[in-house]
Ligand binder design. Structure first.
Ligand SMILES: *Cc1c(COP(=O)(O)O)cnc(C)c1O
Length: 449
């Protein structure tokens, strides 16, 4: 099977996610033959360094021997079983491990099969909790400007990236949107902490005005990843936790992208030393192998659903592949790697290397900001460094960086004009350097004309 024939066959039958398919007339999708560690290889032997962890999911490389071995074992034991009325060892062990590893107070694990579904579960559970208490006025959610929580209608409704949302506005429930604590907008000389605390006032106001009708506030802790990798200070989460308690509103932490070590701690919430009422997990949960998501919640919430069947308080939500055995086993292997190889400590060193290779971008005449949170580095490309005026989006300069980088064997996938590095944790210093060099050359090329 050669490379061109597979992409031609692809284009006659497939419809790809988040893609204007017409773009593929000039730049067909690249068929990948195999993956090894941080590298992907096509049918012509070209290799691509996976600097975006295959959409933020891959943590320990492609074809990781430990996860492979665990999956092979699981495959010969049990691939899947209905998860209502039945259970299995991998699902139980993974839930135990997640609860053990997550912030205190999260003691229940509900599985779904993708990130958006986890967000739907958390929204429905929060709403249903208040209903079980007779608080029927609580029907709304507060979300942050520039947030992203997935593509299904409920998740899209609580998101705020216009490119994904606006077309479907007529289909979406109304939410209360609060301006973001995103530190890109801080005043010159203002610290992240000062800016994020100052911005909390707007959240406080929204809670004060709407608490009676609000079930929960949903946030992406510390980094709004799909919203151009914008970042904020942990103090915001501390203030938010305290205010949610004061106003009797749940806090949903969507750790789908930031969980599993991305921000430097296993979960981003740890940096604020808070426990949310719901924590949504997916993406890195299976090390990038298989679809799975989990919603962790508290005993208090679990108990309001726990009653005689006739009371009709049960959470009657399900997905066919809930608790899939292969996915759970991949999750278990992923958590074992974290523990046995002390990944969080190793990542502290790796994050410093990332800062080092990204340092030269600070002074680039078309870079407004280089920001980092643990294992995420983002470089914000602008037309005017001083005024931060962006390039017209129609020019698609980020896309040109993407194409250039591919030609040099690096898979970067900018968000608009924000070039970011979000590599698997097994990446080496040399590979990080290659990634940064290619990004630099790509930027040089696209800022010229
Ligand atoms: C990716 C993502 C989702 C959606 O997960 P899917 O598995 O793509 O549905 C939700 N929230 C955040 C923060 C994400 O990054």
């Amino acid at each position: 099977m050669t490379n061109p024939s597979l992409s031609q066959r692809d284009l006659s039958v497939l419809w790809h996610p988040c893609t204007q398919m017409k773009d593929h007339e000039t730049f067909p999708p690249i068929p990948i033959k195999k993956g090894q560690g941080a590298w992907l290889e096509d049918f012509d032997g070209n290799r691509y360094l996976d600097a975006v962890s295959s959409w933020w999911v891959n943590l320990f490389g492609h074809c990781n021997p430990i996860i492979n071995a665990a999956l092979k074992d699981q495959l010969d034991t049990l691939e899947h079983v209905i998860f209502a009325g039945f259970t299995h060892e991998s699902a139980v062990k993974l839930a135990e491990s997640l609860i053990e590893a997550s912030p205190p107070g999260l003691t229940r694990c509900f599985y779904a099969d993708n990130g958006s579904a986890a967000v739907e579960v958390a929204l429905k559970m929060s709403f249903h909790y208040w209903r079980n208490w007779g608080a029927i006025k609580k029907t709304k959610f507060i979300a942050l400007e520039n947030s992203y929580h997935g593509e299904t209608l409920g998740a899209l409704a609580v998101g705020n990236v216009p490119l994904y949302k606006e077309t479907y506005a007529a289909l979406l429930m109304e939410v209360i949107t609060v301006p973001s604590p995103d530190c890109y907008h801080r005043a010159p000389g203002e610290s992240w902490m000062d800016y994020s605390s100052r911005r909390f006032e707007l959240m406080e106001n929204a809670l004060r005005d709407h608490a009676e009708s609000v079930c929960a506030v949903i946030v992406e802790p510390l980094v709004q990843c799909a919203g151009n990798m914008r970042m904020y200070d942990p103090v915001y989460l501390q203030l938010l936790r305290e205010a949610c308690d004061r106003y009797h509103v749940h806090l949903i932490a969507d750790e789908i992208a930031v969980g599993f070590g991305r921000t430097g701690t296993l979960f981003a919430c740890e940096q604020a030393a808070i426990s949310p009422d719901f924590m949504c997990l997916s993406k890195g949960l299976t090390g990038g192998y298989l679809p799975l998501s989990a919603v962790l919640t508290t005993d208090k919430i679990y108990r309001t659903f726990y009653d005689d069947y006739q009371k009709l308080t049960a959470f009657l939500h399900s997905h066919s592949y809930t608790g899939n055995a292969l996915s759970c086993r991949a999750g278990l292997a992923t958590l074992e790697i974290f523990q046995q190889q002390d990944i969080i400590a190793k990542n502290r060193i790796l994050a410093k290397t990332m800062a080092k290779v990204a340092a030269r971008f600070h002074d680039h005449p078309h870079v407004a900001e280089v920001r980092q949170m643990g294992m995420i580095v983002a470089i914000e490309l602008v037309k005017n460094k001083l005024t931060r005026e962006p390039y017209p989006w129609q020019e698609r300069r980020g896309l040109r960086v993407y194409r250039y980088a591919l030609s040099k064997g690096v898979l970067l996938r900018p968000l608009g004009d924000v070039i970011y590095f979000m590599p698997p944790y097994i990446i080496t210093e040399d590979e990080l350097r290659l990634m940064a060099d290619v990004a630099w050359d790509g930027i040089q090329l696209v800022v010229k004309g």
